[in-house]
Every structure is written in structure tokens, then in C-alpha cells.
Design a protein around this ligand. Sequence first.
Ligand SMILES: NC(=O)c1ccc[n+]([C@@H]2O[C@H](COP(=O)([O-])OP(=O)(O)OC[C@H]3O[C@@H](n4cnc5c(N)ncnc54)[C@H](O)[C@@H]3O)[C@@H](O)[C@H]2O)c1
Length: 333
Amino acid sequence: MADKVRVAVIGTGQRGPAHAREILKCEETELALVCDLDEERAKRASDEFGVDFALDHRAVVHRNDIDAVSIATHTRHHAGVMRDAAAAGKPFLVEKPYADSLATGREICELSEQNGVVAMVGFQSRFTPFAQQMKALAEQIDLVQTHVSLQRGFFNPQYFFPEHYSGILDALSHSMDLALWWTGASPVEVMAHEQCGLFKPDKGAVEFAHILARCEGGKIVCMTGSMAGIKMQNIFQMAGLRGNISAVDRRRIRFVKHQGFNEDKSPIDLEEGEWTGEGQQVTDMWTHFATCVREGRTDVAPGASLREGLAQVAVSEAAYQSAKEGKAVRLAL
Ligand SMILES: NC(=O)c1ccc[n+]([C@@H]2O[C@H](COP(=O)([O-])OP(=O)(O)OC[C@H]3O[C@@H](n4cnc5c(N)ncnc54)[C@H](O)[C@@H]3O)[C@@H](O)[C@H]2O)c1
């Protein structure tokens, strides 16, 4: 392997060029080429980044001068590329949500694990100091309940379609992954209410969502989101038997820790604290991915493995079904 890990970006629509920029910026990676089956898009990216382009990902995953691929096709097109990469033993980082159904996600996850392929889902939020601090605190409070609320502005046209990963569910997948990761327990049952097509009735995308996931050990994860959230703050809260944690942006966390409550309601050994930190280094995810590729590390923690990505896909799919049927949906992960 060359000094830097040589990565090809597959899919140069909206997200792929952002991958290319981050790969160029990261000291551990080199942009090998760009690939899109749409020739105009492939050429445009090739001109912008000064690398060759390809139109067929199947040839790309077999090239020996390419160490890994980044898959930034549309979620409904990830599977074909992942399947070919996994079959060729080529490491890959795939955009979230990594599958358009639990069945497909499971198939790709099992294929990658059988072939020992380094595979990571592009949940870049995990690499923020904020998310890592939340994870560390969550492990100290005997966590029971996690609540995330993601209010986003209006979406680009490619996110309006009638599927479980459409609209706000696309972006909420990040918060969902964080909430499940912080909570550290597998989801077992999902109940949800969703509103589709209020802004764009002909498209049927999920525009407002309220999802409740019951996890192993009785832990509860509540996730809300909408694409009506102009100038709204996002909320992250966790409550446990030994403390609680809250943040209304990603730079400041307030927390308390204690040893339970006295009869007079006062907390025992109360400790209060605050954490402030900087935002995201977008190259951190790529530096970590490059290390995993170099070392053949299939345990990609703190990055999201395909199996962890599968939990997010399962919750999203079950939430859509629950909202349609008006009843809780059991998960078999
Ligand atoms: N991590 C994030 O913050 C973030 C942000 C935005 C989008 N995303 C995710 O990134 C992915 C891409 O989103 P987008 O908005 O760029 O989609 P898009 O539809 O704009 O672009 C996808 C591109 O992939 C190409 N493509 C499809 N199949 C291909 C194949 N087999 N080989 C080569 N090219 C192929 C298409 O021609 C298109 O140009 C989605 O999964 C989305 O959810 C993630």
C-alpha cells in the first residue's frame, strides 16, 4: 500500500464531491479517482478534483491501485456497489442509511463479515468531540432514557420519495445512530407517528417523525424530527438512575451525576458539570477509516460497523410500518 490510502469516490451527485474534498484534505488519504454512471457528473467531478474518472464501479473495485472505495450513491443504489466491493474484498465506507431495507442490509452485512472486509457506515457525527463526550457520560449515569430532536430546514428534491428513509428520516438517521450508540443497547420494538406529504402531497416523503424505540434492558430511545425546523435548536437529553445529561447544541453539555435520591428528594453525592468543545473535524472519520484499511481492522469502533448501521435501518423501516399500521413493530435483528 502506498504512503496514503488511495480512495475512489463512487457516486458524484450531491454528497460524493464532499467526500472527495475531505479525502483530499485528510493527510492519511489520497483521492484515486471519481466514478459515476452519469458521465456528465463523473466528468464534472474529474475536472474539479483533477483525477481520472470511471463510469463502471465494477471495474473500480477490482483495481489493485485502489485501496478502498467511498460509496456515495443514492441509498437505494448502495447495495449493488457494496455487494461488488465486499465480493472483491475491497474496503469501503458507505453513506448512511446504508441500505434501503433490513433484508438487503443484513445480506450485505453478512457477506462483508464472511469476507472479512473492512466496512464502515459514514456516520461522521460519531467523530465529533461532542458525540464522544456524550458517549463517555452516558456510560456513567446508569442510562434509562435518551431523547434526540433534530429540526432541519427544507430538503433537496432527491429526498422526496415515499420510502422509510425519505425526507427527514434521511437526516434523522444520524441522530438515530447517535442515540442508539449512546444508549448501547439493541432496539427490540418500535412505535412511531409520522406525517408524510404535508409540504409536498404528491411526493409522500416523511416530513415529520416521532419515533419511540424500546431497547434491550428496558432502555428507551425517543427520536423526533422535522423539515420545518428553521431557526430551531436541536435537543439531546439522556436520563439515568445516576444522573442526567443535556445539550441544546453540539458545543455545550450540562450534566449531573449522583448516587440516587434521599427520602427528602435530595440527590446523594451530587456532582454537576459542564463540557464545552469545538465542532467537527471532517477529516477525523477519514483518518480513522484509513487506519482501519491499513491495519485490516474489521472492528471499526468508534466508527459505525454495518451491524450498527443495520440497527438504524431496522428502526427506520419499522417506524414507517408502525406509523402506517398504527401499532408497535417488533424487531428481529
Ligand atoms: N453523511 C451526510 O451528512 C450526508 C449528507 C447528504 C447525503 N448523504 C447520503 O449520501 C448518499 C448520496 O446522496 P446524494 O444526495 O449525493 O444523492 P444523489 O442522488 O445526488 O447522487 C447519487 C449519485 O450516485 C450515482 N450512482 C448511482 N448508482 C451508481 C453506481 N452504481 N455507480 C456510480 N454512480 C452511481 C448517481 O448517478 C448520482 O450521481 C445518500 O445515501 C444520502 O443519504 C449523507
